[in-house]
Design a protein around this ligand. Structure first.
Ligand code: HEC
Ligand code: HEC
Length: 301
């Protein structure tokens, strides 16, 4: 402000009195609408900081009169989802697993939930796509070749108690003994016979000799024709699916120093609802089997 306002002759506007090389600065007032909008934002800002959390303090921020909190909002949202799922969870933990897939809504809910349970707890061993890892003896869960059984109840049991672990006394258990007492030629012959069971390249003379050794030492667990035995998780040796590899070397390695797969129990870690959900998910991956006496075939999902 100058005490002695000077009017610019060309525009008729007051000048600030500043002049650079004869060029003078006009003192054009702000438009009214702009000014009022500006005041309004200040008022809005003040009201906002009173109503909502705003000013940072030593620990946390001022809470605001409305008591609003994004954290509380998320918690409420989670509670709302849990409540809306409560009925489904209740039904899931009580339903007879053999008929779960007859209840479309419940089945869909279980498979969705089971997918996340699998990603978080199972994929590190069985693979993100459940394809397994042959080198480590982590079985493929996509096929219909089951070590321990592929009905809903079989899978649920495997998941609940695990396999050959020390934590759960009800874990599935069996042990293939080492055949390191056999002579090299005998081991070789037995391995040739094992390969002949699934029509892989083999030496027919050796395999014929191996047949007797197999019948005496292996058939009790793997079956006369090598079809395996689910009671004890003994793999089918007559199909194209191998837990530990189908090469002569891989078979010899298993005979001399058998490796046994270990899986942890999940009952305590996951709880009943999640065990059932992940069971429904694994079952639906492709290899699920109908329960004995269930006339309906397994789903083609
Ligand atoms: C630490 C590794 C590991 C984890 C984690 C794991 N598994 Fe396994 N699982 C195995 C191994 C090893 C076997 C095979 C054991 C054997 O040789 O009999 C197996 C076997 C199975 C089988 C039996 C397959 C058949 O052919 O009968 C099912 C079903 C299964 N797992 C499901 C799951 C599910 C579901 C989860 C997650 C909740 C899970 N596994 C987590 C290692 C694991
Ligand atoms: C007491 C039961 C038992 C006996 C006896 C036994 N096995 Fe096994 N065998 C098993 C089990 C259980 C497994 C699965 C091990 C695992 O979890 O990886 C297995 C796995 C194998 C495998 C790996 C299969 C694959 O899919 O990769 C071969 C090969 C095999 N056995 C061959 C033999 C031969 C040959 C004999 C006889 C000389 C024999 N086994 C005797 C129980 C037995």
């Amino acid at each position: 402000m100058t005490d002695n306002p000077k009017i610019d002759p060309t525009t008729g506007t007051e000048t600030t009195g500043h002049s650079w090389d004869g060029i003078e600065e006009l003192n054009t007032p702000l438009p009214r609408w702009w000014l009022w909008t500006f005041y309004a934002t200040i008022v809005w800002g003040v009201i906002y900081t009173i109503l909502y959390p705003a000013w940072p303090m030593v620990s946390g921020a001022t809470a605001g009169l409305l008591g609003y909190s994004t954290r509380a909002e998320v918690a409420a949202e989670i509670e709302r989802v849990d409540l809306s799922n409560a009925d489904l969870i209740d039904s899931l933990v009580t339903v007879d697993l053999a008929v779960l897939r007859d209840n479309e809504d419940l089945h869909r809910f279980a498979v969705q939930a089971g997918r996340s349970v699998f990603a978080a707890n199972c994929s590190q061993c069985h693979g993100a796509g459940a394809g397994g890892v042959v080198a480590s003896g982590y079985p493929n869960l996509l096929d219909d070749d089951w070590l321990w059984g592929g009905t809903m109840d079989d899978i649920a049991y495997t998941v609940r108690h695990g396999i050959r672990n020390e934590e759960d006394p009800d874990a599935r258990f069996s042990e293939m003994p080492p055949f390191d007492w056999m002579e090299d030629a005998e081991l070789d012959a037995t391995a040739h016979f094992v390969r002949s069971l699934s029509d892989l390249d083999h030496n027919a003379t050796a395999a014929a000799k191996g047949a007797t050794l197999y019948a005496d030492n292996c058939s009790a667990c793997h079956g006369e024709k090598g079809l395996g035995n689910r009671e004890i998780g003994a793999p089918n040796l007559a199909d194209a699916i191998w837990l530990r590899g189908d090469s002569q070397e891989a078979i010899l390695r298993q005979l001399k120093a058998p490796r046994m797969g270990v899986m942890p129990p999940w009952q305590a870690r996951l709880g009943e609802a999640e065990v059932r959900a992940v069971t429904a998910y694994v079952y639906g991956l492709g290899g699920g089997e109908a329960a004995v006496g269930d006339a309906e075939a397994a789903p083609a999902e």
